[in-house]
Design a protein around this ligand. Structure first.
Ligand code: S3P
Length: 430
């Protein structure tokens, strides 16, 4: 028998790491970044910035980025490879759009099936010249222009990536850009702009909706950035500790950004014993410790209004639901179909294969929890190359004597290269 026990510092946050690199590249001088997540996705952003003429070096454990100012990117010599990273592609397309350079963005098979028109429609309205493959996909060619027309955008779909791309574009444009979010999304870009003293106006329009107004162009003074640790990565061990008897863990340095830790409220409602203690603020983000002990979970209904705040945690919440008493219903998950894999399909097909009653109805997922399932023969879990599916089922596998065989674990390095070693550190045999 074994349990999860002890305390670790989780790796840097993926969303904040991308933004730390990009904003550092837009500063007028040297920025030191600490606790940068060195995952495949983040390294894609780093390499693209180098292609755009930004000097970036590693010194000891930190990264030094020599910013060239807004509008400071130079013409790259080759296509910009985004790999599997949606965040790299969307944010960098926005960032280059207001620079007088021509760029081609490419990605791996999964990314080449994900929509880019959800961003390009706004940039095209501003006057950017963009060619997409089959009107929606990478490879994407863009001719940037510092004279794009700043304007008001009303965001139809909830996407922090698209919002951030439009903000990055606006930083080098002369005049006012206004972005209205009908449904609020994660706000790391705004938090980092506050920290870097980039002035913008944020208005709360109602409980779910916000507007952001920028007036460019901006000169951003360098300031060192310390990246808070990733709550979405912590979520795997949090659920692990909840479902494995006798577990008791403390995860340190975690970003406690409200737009990211909604999954903790969900798990608490399910009966999870989780305590959060704020310890400090790191580069504009609240940070703290999370303590979790094994708990008996019960199924609940998760409404669609929280979906932008839970977007990356549905796979691991599904694992929690599989161990809860009764039914868990997760509503309004249409965006899950447009992630690294069709996550509705990846979740349902794998849980069903193990023997759980898990179905999708339109864009909802319904899971009936059961602790009675025993696995005699090995079950092969298909990750569809999706890092969050691989890690979620690796956690579930702990309950079944590792009889769940993950077909491809290599994708884990996309967001959390230290996942396995951190899991080993927390695993105690007794
Ligand atoms: C991210 C935003 C989310 C999330 C992704 C990272 C970001 O995407 O799924 O992993 O860093 O802005 P959307 O907001 O586009 O859904």
């Amino acid at each position: 028998m074994f349990k999860l026990k002890g305390s670790i510092k989780i790796s840097g946050d993926k969303s904040i790491s991308h933004r730390a690199l990009i904003f550092a590249s837009l500063c007028t001088g040297k920025v030191k970044i600490a606790n940068l997540l060195e995952s495949d996705d983040v390294m894609r952003t780093l390499k693209i910035l180098r292609e755009l003429g930004i000097k970036i070096e590693k010194k000891d454990k930190n990264w030094l980025v020599f910013g060239n100012g807004t509008g400071g990117y130079i013409q790259p010599n080759q296509a910009l490879q985004c790999g599997n990273s949606g965040t790299t592609s969307r944010l960098m397309i926005g960032a280059v759009s207001s620079n007088p350079i021509k760029c081609t963005f490419i990605g791996d098979n999964s990314l080449s099936k994900r929509s880019m028109s959800r961003l390009s429609v706004y940039l095209e309205k501003m006057g950017a010249k963009i060619e997409l493959t089959k009107k929606d996909f990478l490879p994407l060619h863009i001719k940037g222009d510092m004279n794009l027309l700043p304007m008001e955008h009303v965001m139809q779909k909830a996407s922090a990536q698209v919002k951030s791309a439009l903000i990055l574009s606006a930083l080098n444009l002369r005049g006012k850009t206004k972005i209205i979010e009908k449904r609020n999304t994660r706000d790391h870009t705004e938090k980092l702009m506050d920290y870097l003293k980039v002035k913008f106006k944020k208005k709360v329009l109602n409980k779910n909706s916000t507007s952001i107004e920028l007036n460019g162009p901006y000169e951003i003074k360098p300031r060192n950035i310390n990246v808070a640790s990733d709550p979405s990565s912590a979520a795997f061990f949090i659920v692990g500790a909840l479902i494995i008897p006798k577990s008791n863990i403390t995860l340190k340095n975690i970003a406690l950004n409200k737009t990211r830790i909604a999954f903790i409220d969900v798990l608490k409602k399910m009966g999870g014993k989780i305590k959060i203690k704020k310890t400090k603020t790191l580069s504009g983000e609240d940070v703290g410790e999370i303590n979790v002990i094994h708990s008996l979970l019960k199924g609940i209904k998760i409404s669609s209004t929280s979906s932008p705040y839970l977007i990356d945690e549905y796979p691991i919440l599904s694992v929690a639901a599989s161990q809860a008493k009764g039914l868990t219903t997760m509503k309004g998950l249409s965006e899950l179909r447009h992630k690294e894999s069709d996550r509705i399909k990846s979740i349902i097909s794998n849980l069903s294969k193990i023997g759980f009653h898990a179905i999708s109805k339109k864009d909802d997922i319904i899971i009936k929890g059961s602790k009675k399932i025993s696995i005699t023969n090995r079950v092969k879990i298909k990750t569809y190359g999706d890092h969050r599916i691989a890690m979620s089922f690796s956690i579930l596998s702990l309950l079944y004597g590792n009889k769940l065989i993950i077909d491809d674990e290599s994708c884990i390095s996309i967001s959390y290269p230290d996942f396995k070693s951190h899991l080993e550190t927390l695993s105690i045999l007794y």
